[in-house]
Design a protein around this ligand. Sequence first.
Ligand SMILES: [Zn+2]
Length: 443
Amino acid sequence: MKPKTALQKKVAKLSATLRPITATQEQWAYNHCFEHFAYRTKNGKMACSDCGHVWKSDNGGLCDTLAGCRCPNCGAEFQVKDTRRRTQNETAYFSVITSCKGFQVIRVSQVRSESRKGEVRKLYCQEVVQRWISPDGKVTDMALLRGFTFHYCDCWSYWSAMEIRPHNSLYDDVVAWGDVYPRMSVIPQLKRNGFNGDLHGISPVRLFKGLLADPRIETLMKAGEIEEMKYFLTNTRNADELWASYLIARRHRYHINNIGMWCDYLQMLKNLGQDLRNPKNICPEDFIEAHDKASRRVEAKREKELTECQRIYEMERREREQQSLLQEKEREEEFIALKSKFFGLVISDNEIEVKVLESIEEYYQEGKKQNICVFASGYYMYEDSLVLSARIDGIIIETVEVDLRTLKVVQCHGKYNQDTIYHKRIIDLVNSNARLIKERMTA
Ligand SMILES: [Zn+2]
């Protein structure tokens, strides 16, 4: 990526002036990061993993898997491995902490080892990431390209250039994975803010960024509150929410045994609506007891809230139910007002009986039995429409709709909207008796 901002341009320029990782640094990494061992086969033959020297071990008893044996050829100290394997490949990372023109720089290299029994071990070192931290704690990343097809992170494109790259959380990881070369060069701002060369097991980028950009981290470092510093470095939300309380507790010389537990406790107090600036709340004499009491109270609060939620839900459900019952009733009344004048009307030719549907329930049953939409489409509410059911011995044959404006059959269908053999007969029967319907309308 081409450097865009002034800071990126500056970093890219300075990066080009850095000397390569030195041979001494590489050698340290090879000694430090990889396993040094001797392959030993059943017949007692030994092979040094470093120089490939092969010898017959006559004092094998002395060397049995004990550390501290040395290769007679290169003098490498090793452990004995009873193995039939002939190769061992390893990959590791290490960081060199250096400074350059006011920047704190973390240079991360990948080292690889390819050991083949009886051969000199092959070693490779490739710088893959540089993290440039400015004195105000801003981090700029330079890195090689990473293979795109693999999310496996050891896959760097060794032929790509060390360039400005957008931040990738992997850069934090490779710094955290690797060991740190013991000789470091540190910018004065870090020393001023309390760094004395001890990383306290924290990833250097995280620690340096914190020390340079976050006065709270500086305060904790200078006070030697290392556990608290580690905690607030990784739990930034609690650092933001609880820092004021932490300072109050410290002013009261309150001893915090476990910062994580203490912050949890304060979050519980917050949940319970208590004042986090009141030393009486945040500096309890018996911390464990106060912590347990608070968690029980939070649990009880939650249960109460849940019960309340259920109560409200139940109330609303009943209300909805009543509402829909009411609507149902209103619909039924409206239907009766519209259609009751036709109730009891039957048109018959002594075999087929065509009767008016007399309730919404009857529409529903008719629609369900015949697989037609007479209920679903709400025909019972159509002012100008009258629906009748043509039946033989009580069994539905077809369903008939009469247009009350013309008194003519407009629809007549059997099951699944199909016509039956009675289709025409039913239509004729209803049309020829239209006056029966008309009589009801004028009555
Ligand atoms: Zn050797």
